[in-house]
Design a protein around this ligand. Structure first.
Ligand code: BGC
Length: 748
């Protein structure tokens, strides 16, 4: 019996139980009216509500949905490094769901931005799992605090669109646990999303939707997930296998509930498993009941637009600001060039496409605020070559202006769910235009609109300022004006490195795979973990972002709080006369390690808002996981004893202070055997003294003597002890036997 007051599976027939495990239609659960179980609506997600009109109108157009606030997609919001902000956005999204009677909103998507070419990078958060997990957890908690569910997606390893429905992502256990899982894991442990959506792809040969290890052993067993798992739309291919693997819900329905009934009857599905999966559905519906019973609720359109503006403000990253070209004085003579100023690019394409409640572009905002500016569109948003007349008009507009704001970026057709990009280049005609304008007027500020990284280096010297505004949602125009005219200081930080060239990306050798599979050959070395470990130049590093204010980080102190835990404190001071915000970033750099580890990894951060001249002290706790790696040898997390450096900075390459801490280690060791090498024997607390005893016996002539000089030691160190006859001839057998026998005695 479930502990709720709702019907339990025990009150249902076999057919009814089976029916709960697939949808009613593309956007509804399958209710059982006679038992008082409603078939609530569940729909996209993730940066606002996309309640499709399809079921009412028969439309299959993804863009045909009821108006809802379009918040900045994760491309932008992730740059905020502000889980409190994402929480607020989540609350607002839930209110819209309550109005529209949507029980679960399908998001957020926390797959790792493995390669900037990934088609869904615009709706994913980061190349770093800790950042993605913390930011998206805020959103999940915010939505669920209002009694509406989330669907954390796409579990797991959906980092590319190429062949996304079938591709087999071959990933090491270590990379899964350290890179592709932790955002999911953190959110499960800290926010308990009501639902999780599995991905389309296979993981190491098994479709996510029928992967028992993934959906049951890891998700429920290791992490304690309490909610239900649904398929991505059309990802379940074998309902019986999926249900046995731990998939509660197939979406949309394939109208095959009878297969579940037969399988339950002939024993291919155990009764307890069907009960578990169906009870999960009942519990989900029960959780949504209170919010879905609210009648006549109307969300405050203006208040939500304002939250979208606040979110957009924190989503922009100021990359370059030579000669303090920004902010602009209100009375500056400004030329505005670029179609995006008039026709903003504010979200990505595909299932996340929202019909906004309002839309205010940058030009509209200037007009509304009575700011005079000369405008020229400069280029068209299609793929046609540059029209020289548009260039001439833009160059003319730039003449005599104090500053030229150039709104450049990727048109909608360049990136979307469903396909990966082929390069990270800016459209050639826009670069051509930029060069022509910059030749006329050097005071150019480029404002970029793009969902995923574009390369900046090839044209950056034509601009004094570069403001990466990503995709800002429906209130991007006012937010941009606030930042550009200095009402608010930019505070966004890159959630993804900007490489000099896509060919520098560590995943390029295995992108996007071939013949149905993709090898995640770079292992854990994704993004800055690769660039910083191997000393590769990047254009802008992970975590980077300028402000109109300036900050100083000082007094970095690390104290040990347990055998393998620590706490770091630092002071951060706004050393300018402008209010602003800085993100204090904590990276952990392991010392000597038994496996190849990244030079350092983000293990904590805090965004601090400081008035001019103000100082704050920040404390960030580092738990055992902050120092651990996933050991395939131990099939678990492992903290090695030794010294670790804790770095505090404002990007992965701007470290302001460091301190070290020596940890005890978790003491894990594996029993020694004949396949253990001499160095493993020497370093083992039991094996070490036995090796010494063996050497003594070699000296006294009781056993064969191992050569003992630096060269030979290097050679012998890597030798399993069962290879000694190669070196010592037959007497080697006795040496091996001595080691094994003594170990057996000592280990007793
Ligand atoms: C997408 C999901 C989305 C679902 C429903 C799928 O194609 O991958 O992210 O939630 O459709 O629209």
């Amino acid at each position: 019996m479930s502990e709720n007051t709702y019907p339990s599976v025990n009150d249902l027939t076999l057919e009814e139980k089976a029916s709960l495990t697939s949808g009613g239609d593309a956007w509804h659960l399958q209710g059982i009216e006679s038992k008082g179980i409603p078939g609530y609506m569940i729909t996209d997600g993730p940066h606002g509500l996309r309640k499709s009109l399809a079921s009412d109108t028969g439309s299959t157009d993804l863009n045909d949905s009821v108006p809802a606030t379009c918040f900045p997609p994760a491309a932008g919001l992730s740059s905020s490094w502000n889980p409190e902000l994402t929480h607020q956005v989540g609350e607002a999204m839930a209110e819209e769901c309550i109005q529209e009677k949507v029980a679960v909103i399908l998001g957020p998507g926390v797959n790792i931005k493995r390669n900037p070419l990934g088609g869904r990078c615009f709706e994913y958060w980061s190349e770093d799992p800790l950042l993605a997990g913390h930011e998206a957890a805020g959103l999940v908690n915010g939505i669920q605090s209002k009694g509406v569910g989330t669907s954390l997606k796409h579990f797991a390893v959906n980092s590319q669109e190429t062949d996304r429905l079938r591709v087999d992502a071959r990933v090491s256990q270590r990379a899964l646990r350290e890179i592709y899982f932790p955002a999911f894991e953190y959110i499960v442990r800290n926010a308990q999303p009501w639902t999780i959506m599995c991905s389309y792809n296979k993981i190491n040969g098994v479709h996510a939707a029928q992967n028992h290890w993934l959906l049951t052993d890891v998700l429920r067993g290791d992490w304690g997930f309490k909610g239900i798992v649904m398929s991505d739309w059309g990802a379940a291919h074998d309902r019986v296998a999926s249900l046995n693997a731990g998939l509660n819900l197939e979406m949309p329905p394939s109208f095959t509930d009878d297969r579940i009934v037969y399988a339950a009857r002939d024993g291919r599905i155990a009764p307890e498993q069907l009960d578990r999966m169906a009870q999960g559905m009942i519990d989900l519906i029960d959780k949504a009941r209170a919010a879905m019973s609210i009648e006549g609720y109307r969300f405050d359109v203006e208040a939500h637009d304002e939250i979208a503006r606040k979110a957009a403000l924190e989503s922009m990253v100021l990359l370059k600001n030579e000669d303090a070209v920004l902010p602009l004085a209100e009375d500056a003579k400004v030329a505005v060039i670029g179609e995006f100023a008039r026709t903003p690019r504010y979200q990505g394409g595909g299932s996340s496409h929202i019909t906004p409640t309002k839309m205010t572009g940058f030009l509209d905002t200037l007009t509304a605020r009575g700011i005079d500016a000369r405008f020229a569109p400069g280029f068209t948003l299609d793929l046609e070559p540059q029209d020289p007349a548009l260039t001439a008009e833009a160059v003319d507009a730039a003449k005599g202006a104090d500053v030229v704001l150039m709104f450049l970026g990727l048109p909608e057709a360049a990136e979307s769910e469903g396909f990966d990009r082929e390069n990270i280049d800016m459209p050639a005609k826009q670069i051509e235009l930029l060069k022509a304008v910059a030749a006329e007027n050097a005071n150019v500020v480029v404002v970029l609109s793009n969902g995923s990284v574009v390369s900046v280096a090839p044209w950056a010297n034509n601009a004094k300022g570069i403001l990466e505004s990503w995709l800002l949602g429906q209130a991007g125009g006012p937010a941009l004006a606030d930042v550009i005219f200095g009402k608010v200081s930019p505070s966004g930080k890159l959630a993804q490195s900007i490489p000099l060239s896509i060919d520098d990306d560590p995943t390029m050798l295995n992108w996007p795979g071939e013949e149905g599979h993709v090898d995640y050959g770079e292992g854990v070395f994704v993004g800055y973990r690769y660039y910083d470990t191997y000393g590769k130049a990047v254009d802008y590093p992970f975590g980077f972002g300028l402000s109109y204010a300036s900050f100083e980080i000082s007094d970095v102190v690390v104290s040990k709080t347990g055998a393998n835990t620590a706490s770091v404190t630092a002071k951060v001071t706004n050393t300018s006369d402008v209010d602003g915000a800085e993100v204090v970033q904590v990276y952990v750099a392991p010392g000597k390690a038994a496996v190849a580890r990244p030079a350092h990894e983000l293990k904590g951060f805090r965004k601090v808002f400081l008035k001019a001249g103000e100082t704050a002290e920040v404390t960030i706790d580092l738990d055992e996981r902050a120092f651990a790696y996933w050991s395939e040898k131990f099939d678990g997390w492992h903290v090695e004893a030794g010294e670790y450096t804790v770095e505090v900075g404002t990007s992965s390459r701007d470290i302001a202070g460091t301190a070290s801490v020596t940890l005890d280690g978790d003491g894990k060791s594996l029993p020694l055997d004949e396949w253990s090498t001499f160095s493993e024997w020497r370093e083992d607390p039991i094996g070490g003294p036995i090796v010494e005893a063996m050497k003594a016996k070699g000296e006294s002539g009781e056993l064969a003597k191992l050569p003992d000089n630096d060269m030979m030691n290097l050679f012998i160190n890597s030798m399993p002890i069962n290879s000694l006859t190669t070196l010592l001839g037959e007497p080697g057998k006795a040496v091996t036997a001595f080691l094994i026998d003594e170990y057996a005695k000592a280990a007793k």
